[in-house]
Design a binder for this molecule. Structure first.
Ligand code: PGA
Length: 250
């Protein structure tokens, strides 16, 4: 049985007080038994949100990025071990905004995945195609090429520690969600590619989340697809009320 995961990605939103208030509202909520909640918060607030979330053992906190080196003269960066030192055990990696605005390549993302795994933490690896690729029907091969460059360079043992998030770029922050059928088709293709590379057992165990305009109104239908194990939610995770509804959508 794969875990059901509702992960929020707060991106570069919220002041410190707003972030604490949002975390607090989520932390005092009772969740369905089978759901794991992850809050992807700005680095500056990791320690505080971790502290607030502590009172609810169903919540994990995630950083939205990290650098691959353990320590050193890398001004402005934070390492996986620093994130771990405040009790945070998840890191979102390879988000399309990091690829687009910060030039992250599959090679760099692989180094970051290894750094996070090296600390015994869980990478939430993001992949997904742009609209031009979807329009010509090459989305499956595009995402497989992304996986080939990073995830498929890992050992089967390492891959088992990943969470994968499929986030079609055309659906992120646009209000245009992939249909449940489109999400299922891609999730199944990802799982099949993992099965070919690492075996059926491994593929069956890896949670694959869908991201891209997930909302309270569409979460249930998306999460009901057999290969969709939850969501990575941006905009709709900034409202406690809406995110809590999403958590209850499994
Ligand atoms: P969105 O963002 O839900 O606002 O589309 C998802 C994400 O970027 O993770």
């Amino acid at each position: 049985m794969r875990p059901k995961i509702a992960a929020g990605n707060w991106k570069m939103y919220k002041t410190f007080d707003e972030a604490c208030e949002l975390a607090e509202a989520i932390a005092i909520t009772q969740f369905p038994d089978n759901v794991q909640v992850v809050l992807g918060v700005p680095s500056l607030y990791l320690a505080e949100v971790q502290e607030i979330s502590h009172k609810n053992n169903r919540i994990d906190v995630a950083a939205q990025n990290c650098y691959f080196e353990k320590s050193g003269a890398f001004t402005g960066e934070i390492s996986a071990s620093m994130i771990r030192s405040v009790g945070v055990m998840h890191v979102i990696l390879g988000h399309s905004e990091r690829r687009q605005y910060f030039g992250e390549t599959e090679d760099l993302i692989l180094k970051k995945i290894k750094a996070v795994l090296g600390e015994g933490m869980t990478p939430i690896y993001c992949c997904g195609e742009p609209i031009e690729v979807r329009k010509v029907g090459n989305h499956n091969s595009f995402v497989e090429a992304q996986l080939e460059g990073s995830v498929f360079q890992l050992s089967a043992e390492e891959v088992l520690k990943l969470v994968i998030a499929y986030e079609p770029i055309w659906a992120i922050g646009t209000g245009e969600t992939a249909s449940p059928e489109q999400a299922q088709e891609m999730h199944q293709a990802i799982r099949r590619a993992i099965a070919i590379k690492f075996g059926d057992d491994t593929a069956a165990k890896i949670p694959i989340l869908y991201g891209g305009s997930v909302k309270a109104t569409n979460a249930r239908e998306l999460f009901s697809q057999s290969d969709v194990d939850g969501g990575l939610v941006g905009g709709a995770s900034l409202s406690a009320e809406e995110f809590i509804q999403i958590i209850h959508s499994f």
